[in-house]
Design a protein around this ligand. Structure first.
Ligand code: ZN
Length: 137
């Protein structure tokens, strides 16, 4: 496995409506997509910064993982996502290396990506995501 780049950085926010103006008006980025991922109980907003995206995450459910994260740690960086050519292969490599997986198999994420998460207990506290863009193939 060799990640090609940082696909995105996921940031937990209380409110997209409050967070988006900072990224747009202060940083000068453009929100090009807002999407709800019902499966993960989040609403996401995306900004491109070169090859990398910023993914803002607002919980749509008080019991959702983003709501719980904010409750415990406050708003802030939630996860880092690496772009890989093959999520299944990347998971197999990690499992073979003794890394704990959250997802044993890829699932569908925002923007039609195939995604999977590693457990932060095995990655020095960084919730790590792999993304594979099947549309690009
Ligand atoms: Zn993500």
């Amino acid at each position: 496995m060799k990640p090609t780049h940082i696909e995105h950085i996921g940031i937990a926010v209380k409110s997209l409506e409050e967070a988006i103006p900072y990224y747009e008006k202060v940083l000068g980025l453009e929100c090009y997509n807002i999407e709800e991922v019902a499966d993960q109980k989040v609403k996401t907003a995306f900004f491109r910064v070169g090859q990398t995206k910023i993914e803002l995450l607002e919980s749509t459910d008080p019991e959702g993982t983003i709501a719980k994260f904010i409750e415990k740690k406050g708003e802030g960086v939630h996860h880092i996502a690496f772009a890989v050519d093959n999520v299944e292969g990347a998971l197999a490599d990690c499992e073979a290396a003794g890394v704990r997986l959250i997802d044993k198999a890829p699932r569908g994420g925002a923007e039609g990506l195939s995604i999977a998460f590693l457990h932060p207990k095995s990655t020095m506290g960084v919730l790590t995501e792999f993304c594979e863009d099947k549309n690009k193939k």
